[in-house]
Design a protein around this ligand. Sequence first.
Ligand code: RNT
Ligand code: ZN
Length: 421
Amino acid sequence: MRLTESKVEQAYVFARERYAEHGIDTEELLARLDTVPISIQCWQGDDVLGFESADANLTGGIQTTGNYPGRARNADELRSDLEVALTLIPGASRVNLHAMYLDTDRPVGRDKIEPKHFQGWIDWAKDRNLGLDFNPTCFSHPNSAQGLTLSHPDGDIRRFWMDHCIASRRVSEYMGEQLGSPTVMNIWVPDGYKDTPAERLEPRKRLMSSLDAILGAVEGKHHKVAVEGKLFGIGAESCTVGSNEFYMAYAATRKTLLCLDAGHFHPTESVADKISTSLCFLDEILLHVSRPVRWDSDHVVLFDDATIAIAQEIVRSNGLDRVNIGLDYFDASINRVAAWVIGTRNYRKALLYAMLEPRAELKKAEDRFDYTSRLVLMEEAKSLPWTAVWEYYCMTRNVPHGREWLKTVQRYEANVLNSRG
Ligand code: RNT
Ligand code: ZN
């Protein structure tokens, strides 16, 4: 172990010098990287089922597949699983909750949730210096059975979902205040139609006025509201009420955050390219980093081109303070703790990779229209010794720098996860 550590250190010393030649101070950069939070989606730990009832059923046009053993069945199990993952992930983390993860023995209506139902999470987060983010849960419920919530034609059903979102804002406000770090509350509704609807305008107007009522109901001092659009969902293939254009315009006119989910666009569209456009019109945005495979399949995030491109666009837009980074994927076919660790480490790695780009040199080439040099620099930068910087970063933040982290997860699987029914 000692030997490996000194090798990691030696490789880093050389890497630091190489990057210094490009005007990059790796020490400063790693200190900055530490402060960029990644919000980890709690719902990877239990297949998006929540704790409202033991026979919950996921609806809303999203789906988990797989039956790997060890799914978390209550808040204590989920927190314990998250704790294991967090010891293997370098840098600042936040935990992203959904309203259905409330920590209570008695059933509570979604429109009746209160801050006290999340006190367990807040105390836990406080102890571990974690921020919390939040989401109203507008799916997997009898009142969403027709696939419509905030745009439902029935005023009582719409009211129920508005009340749920308003209650969620109060919870978010309390969380943000308690933790001294603003909660990002993201509204995603599954509303849509399997087949061609007779009208699209009225449902969209209903969604707009429901959202306006939600925004007007609570003051947001310690939380920020984001809205998430989508192309289609399972069973909502022909029309999604909250389309991407709908929310882009909504966020720009109402001054909310816009959430860009990597799986919510046409497959060949670049999600990365949307970041700078959004930042022209919005103060802040939220990302749901995900990996769509042929559809919005929410596969575990890889260190792949699409993921790197998103990180590069944040960094190239000087957007680290304006882009809230969240993950959104759920895979039930592999160890769920490993799924968190793989995706979160990959995203942190992508951020590091993007930050290590010799930007000043690239900009200079571009400014003199020397696109040849720009391309050469960009391509050569790919083989600079960034992996040495990554390993050193992990090592100095007391997390395993390579695949050894899997051993911790395997031990936890053998000792804890396998004993869950
Ligand atoms: C669904 C959206 C949404 C959910 C989570 C569970 O397509 O991406 O963000 O995945 O809220
Ligand atoms: Zn999402």
